[in-house]
Ligand binder design. Structure first.
Ligand code: ACO
Length: 325
């Protein structure tokens, strides 16, 4: 009988660009106030990539830290997945660019595009590669320079987002590890949150500078709270677990009100919820691995604890990953 294979996280890393943009800085750019931003979103600052600093630059730093934490050699990585909405180039993929930076050769490397749920999609895919025996050790990264697809004169969106990267190294082992993954999408919501142009629909518009994030904020808010609650309940049911058996909820960091509403609906106290949105803003695919790495490094999340990641983003896409760390 073939040995059972499970996916275990053996190292985490993250990186935030040096430049910090505070709410006070935004007051000088658009008609807004710290009070409005903080009350509606819980955000007080976000990090912004320097001119010329790309998604791959951020991904590389996070990946190197995860590799170091895992105490492995990059030679042993046999799969690289980068979740990003803000790839450096049309092609090659950011994963291939990262592969070259890390001097890794020959293993599969590809990007995943599920906006803010991207890291959950990427980790789910890595889990399936490992469980089927197609890979032993994977590097999974969520990295974004979302600031590049923001209209910095639109107060409705520019106050929400930031740049950053987070990474995990996962490997095959005989015990879990990842207990369940659940992915969802519904393209019927495509117009509520989007950058409505791209390579195929109008490269000229991108050059002329209209390729920015558009969002119907209050509609997104409602669907996000519902979907994020449902997806945690789905994971608990699939594992026949009570919410008391979850040590940590690591949600996508979009808005503190969404996080609070989800935790309240699930009856999970905020002391067991990892929150970084105040300092990071919404870093899209990077937000979950960034928050996770921070909580691992500051000792809040301990080995053996049960953790659930949950994400929601453009598409809409949403999903969860439940695991023992
Ligand atoms: N500063 C001051 N006033 C503002 C700002 C701002 N930055 N932005 C909007 N306003 C104004 C609006 O113009 C409006 O004014 P009006 O009443 O005179 O027309 C008023 O504030 C209320 O606007 P709403 O959009 O209704 O405010 P709301 O309470 O819905 O908060 C917000 C807006 C924060 C965007 C909220 O809807 C939200 O968080 N939605 C979720 C969207 C989200 O998180 N998206 C991220 C990507 S998706 C994801 O990752 C989950």
């Amino acid at each position: 009988m073939a040995a059972l294979r499970f996916t275990n996280i053996i190292g985490t890393g993250s990186y935030l660009p040096e430049k910090v943009l505070t709410n006070a800085d935004l007051e000088a750019m658009v008609d807004t106030s710290h009070e409005w931003i903080y009350a509606r979103t819980g955000i007080s600052q976000r990090h912004i990539a320097a001119d010329g600093e790309t998604t791959c630059d951020l991904a590389e730093q996070a990946a190197r830290r995860a590799v170091q934490a895992a105490q492995i050699s990059t030679d042993s990585i046999d799969l690289i997945i980068v979740a990003t909405t803000t790839a450096d180039q049309v092609f090659p993929s950011t994963a291939c660019l990262l592969q070259e930076r890390l001097d890794i050769h020959g293993c599969p490397a590809f990007d995943v595009q599920a906006v803010c749920t991207g890291f959950i999609y990427a980790l789910d895919i890595a889990d399936k590669f490992i469980r089927t025996g197609n890979c032993q050790r994977a590097l999974v990264v969520g990295a974004e320079t979302f600031s590049r697809i923001i209209d910095w004169s639109d107060r409705g969106t520019c106050v929400l987002f930031g740049d950053g990267a987070g990474a995990v190294v996962v490997e095959s082992g005989p015990t879990p590890g990842i207990l369940s993954t659940h992915l969802h999408a519904d393209g019927a919501y495509k117009d509520l949150l989007s950058v409505p142009v791209g390579i195929s629909t109008g490269f000229r518009q991108i050059i002329e500078g209209t390729a920015y994030t558009q969002m119907q904020g209050s509609e997104v808010f409602k669907v996000a709270v519902r979907a994020l609650g449902d997806v945690v309940e789905e994971a608990l049911q699939a594992n026949e677990l009570d919410k008391d058996k979850i040590d940590w909820l690591v949600p996508h960091q979009a808005n503190l009100r969404i996080i609070n509403a989800t935790a309240k609906r699930l009856g999970i106290p905020m002391q067991r919820v990892v929150v970084t949105v105040e300092r990071h803003g919404n870093t899209s695919a990077a937000s979950i691995p960034l928050a996770f790495d921070e909580a691992v490094r500051n000792g809040r999340i301990q080995r053996g604890q049960r953790v659930i990641f949950e994400g929601f983003g453009g598409g809409f896409t949403w999903g969860s990953i439940l695991f023992t760390y």
